[in-house]
Design a protein around this ligand. Structure first.
Ligand code: Z5A
Length: 207
């Protein structure tokens, strides 16, 4: 079976980590070769860029710098890990990808979608995820959940208006690309959220 590229997206406290582990288990149990990775990061260079991006002390990073660092890490990731894995028929499960750039740097920071699309085209050359799971929930509920965790990073420290814009950008993408982006209601109890993922995975295997 040719390698599939699956990404997980969502806002604060959406339960991405929990859902990623569940989906990873489902895929591996099906006997499929799988590579699990994340953005920003996934390679030695990408992880160093991630440290810069998430460090709360870096208050002077310009929005454009942030955008280009995201795509710099992504370029390394695609060339070093994602493309070779897919070429070897290995599935790739990635915690966030370019939809996050549209949501955070576009919706959140206000960088134009056209500017992001230029970099997307340059770096990805048309490569897109086969499937994206968007874990969606009201911002206030997500923040309540995330609040029980450790010190917030640069993005987790953003205000509610930023998070609302980020969420609505994600929902706009899902409305435009319903075949690729499946919305999961992650305000539901965890067992229901995992059931929604089970159903989507069953459909993917049946394709
Ligand atoms: N970023 C960007 O700006 N532009 C880009 O292009 C890319 C990324 C690629 C790092 O991402 C940051 O980079 C990210 C956006 C930016 N910053 N933010 N925010 P990350 O993915 O590494 O960081 P994260 O968003 O904080 O993800 P996370 O660690 O996966 O957190 P989570 O989605 O909140 O998931 P969780 O830890 O599994 O769940 C949170 C809590 O809720 C936890 O206590 C769970 O037990 C609980 N939980 C989960 N599900 C449920 C349900 N259903 N009911 C009740 N409680 C639940």
């Amino acid at each position: 079976m040719p390698g599939k590229f699956i990404t997980l997206e969502g806002g604060e406290g959406a339960g991405k980590t929990t859902c990623l582990m569940h989906l990873e288990k489902l895929i591996r149990q099906s006997g499929i070769d799988l590579c699990v990775t994340r953005e920003p990061g996934g390679t030695r260079t990408g992880e160093k860029i991630r440290e810069i991006l998430l460090d709360r002390g870096n208050i002077d990073i310009l929005d454009e710098t942030e955008l280009m660092l995201m795509f710099a890490a992504r370029s390394q990731h695609l060339n070093e890990l994602i493309r070779p894995a897919l070429a070897a028929d290995t599935w790739v499960l990635c915690d966030r990808f370019t939809d996050a750039t549209y949501a955070y740097q576009g919706g959140g920071r206000g960088i134009s979608q056209e500017r992001i699309a230029e970099l997307e085209q340059w770096v990805q050359q048309g490569l897109q995820p086969d499937l994206t799971l968007l874990l969606d929930l009201p911002v206030e509920v997500g923040l309540q959940r995330a609040g029980q965790r450790s010190t917030p990073d640069r993005f987790e420290s953003e205000n509610i208006a930023f998070m609302q814009r980020m969420r609505s950008t994600y929902l706009d993408i899902a409305a435009r690309e319903p075949d690729r982006v499946k919305i999961i209601d992650s305000s539901q109890p965890l067992e229901n959220v995992l059931l929604q993922i089970d159903h989507i995975f069953t459909d993917v295997l049946a394709e």
